[in-house]
Design a protein around this ligand. Structure first.
Ligand SMILES: Cc1ncc(COP(=O)(O)O)c(C=O)c1O
Length: 424
């Protein structure tokens, strides 16, 4: 009998390899989970999300009482995740009415919901205001028109609390597709146009302008750009009571990735706000990926092992359950549950009709065989969120695990679901 091993920090906290080489997450054997719930499946370790949520709240709490941590829910929008984070004291931002509907269904207090969007429709803004969202993030002049029309016509209602989103012109070292605050972006007002928008918002009786919002991008592994970005918007933010500093903290996708800790990220942002805006300013932070990415592993079953020039290990999912490798060349790890040791250099590929449907390039797997259960860690952010039905794939279930127990919180899609909208 071998020795049980810990896994790298890419896996959910508390994960281990048991003495048969099986990967255990949340006290559950992934091979058994695959048998019980089928594959592909997202397996989420509840306690991992709770621990990260707690770390964010206590890291801010160590510096100030005037803060709000909200979940950038686009990273993992499902009712059970909203509810779990809400239980940990974390509200959310929503990109539109779909996420809003899920957040409300989970019991999130609308006063702790922040409405985003760079193309909000009239109906969407009306729905969000009717639901009582606490804050609207104003992205463009049309948002100001809509707020003036809709918030301004609510009889006896208080003005709508809002932040003005400003792109500080700072591009951190991340993939261009997830860099959002550069000098030429579709998000928010650039520095040239922000002052007029700010003046208009501040003067509007329909709007209670709380502060500036900035989000420079995602998967950021160095805290320095946050201060640079705040420096750029500080002249606009000065004198306003709050600042919404977006999200952005990067995570480990590989065993050698060492992102800043939650505590270091929070300390850097708090120090920047204190130094540049003053100690009394209330801070809002919108972490997405850092709350959920490492909480989750995806389970697949190996279907074929093919030796062409390279070796291709094909699994029963792919770009329909994890689009990030296709979108950003994102790198993942993979391991076979029930077998240890490096062995075969191969590419883990999906089942879809695209040569680019490669989940893990240059993986090292221990003698992969059809029927093996393959585990990819770090799939909690933007996995379920971007899942799709390409090639008629059925979107996987989300399984919560804790203390050795497992429960389905999103069921697997069915072929009947695929036919539901085909009405002609
Ligand atoms: C406005 C906004 N806030 C927060 C986030 C969350 O970013 P992250 O997942 O990197 O924390 C995003 C992500 O795209 C975003 O667009």
């Amino acid at each position: 009998m071998g020795q049980a091993q810990q896994l790298s920090h890419v896996y959910p906290r508390g994960s281990r390899v048991d003495d048969r080489g099986r990967i255990e997450v949340g006290g559950c054997d992934t091979t058994e989970l695959a048998r019980e719930f089928g594959t592909p499946a997202y397996v989420v370790v509840e306690d991992d999300i709770r621990a990260r949520a707690h770390a964010f709240v206590s890291a801010f709490g160590a510096h100030t009482d005037a803060f709000d941590v909200i979940f950038a829910s686009k990273a993992f929008p499902c009712t059970a995740v909203y509810r779990l984070l809400w239980e940990e004291g974390i509200g959310c931002d929503v990109a539109g009415p779909g996420e809003l509907t899920q957040a409300l269904a989970a019991g999130v207090d609308p006063a702790r919901i922040y409405l985003h969007g760079n193309a909000k429709t009239h109906a969407e803004m009306a729905q969000a205001l009717a639901a009582g969202v606490g804050y609207v993030i104003v992205d463009n002049l049309r948002d100001l028109d809509l707020l003036e029309e809709l918030a301004g016509s609510r009889p006896g209602a208080a003005p709508q609390a809002a932040f003005l989103r400003v792109a500080p012109g700072v591009s951190p070292d991340t993939h261009p597709a997830i860099s959002t605050g550069g000098p030429n972006t579709k998000f928010g007002f650039d520095l040239a146009h922000a002052p007029a928008a700010l003046e208009r918002a501040a003067a509007s009786p329909a709007i209670d302008l709380r502060g500036i919002h900035l989000h420079i991008g995602s998967q950021i592994l160095d805290t320095a750009p946050f201060r640079t970005a705040l420096e750029a918007v500080a002249p606009l933010a000065a004198g306003l009571p709050e600042i919404n500093f977006g999200g952005g903290l990067g995570v480990a996708y590989g065993a050698h990735d060492e992102p800043p800790s939650i505590e270091a990220y929070v300390a850097a942002k708090v120090a920047a706000v204190r130094d540049l805006l003053g100690a009394d300013v209330r801070m809002v932070d919108e972490p997405g990926r850092a709350l959920v990415a490492n909480s989750t592993v995806t389970l697949y079953e190996v279907q074929s092992v093919k030796r062409n020039v390279d070796t291709y290990v094909a699994v029963d999912g792919g770009m329909s359950d994890n689009l990030r490798p296709m979108l950003y060349n994102a790198r993942y790890e993979a391991r076979i549950s029930g077998r240890t040791g490096a062995g075969t250099r191969c590419h883990v590929v999906g089942k879809h009709c695209e040569s680019g449907d490669i989940l893990v390039r240059d993986a090292e797997l221990a003698d992969p065989q059809p029927g093996d259960i393959l585990v990819t860690p770090g799939t909690g952010a933007y996995g379920h969120a971007m899942a799709n039905t390409y090639n008629g794939a059925l979107r996987p279930p989300v399984i919560f695990v804790s203390g050795g127990n497992a429960r389905v919180v999103v069921r697997r899609e069915t072929h009947a679901d695929l036919l539901l909208r085909d009405v002609g």
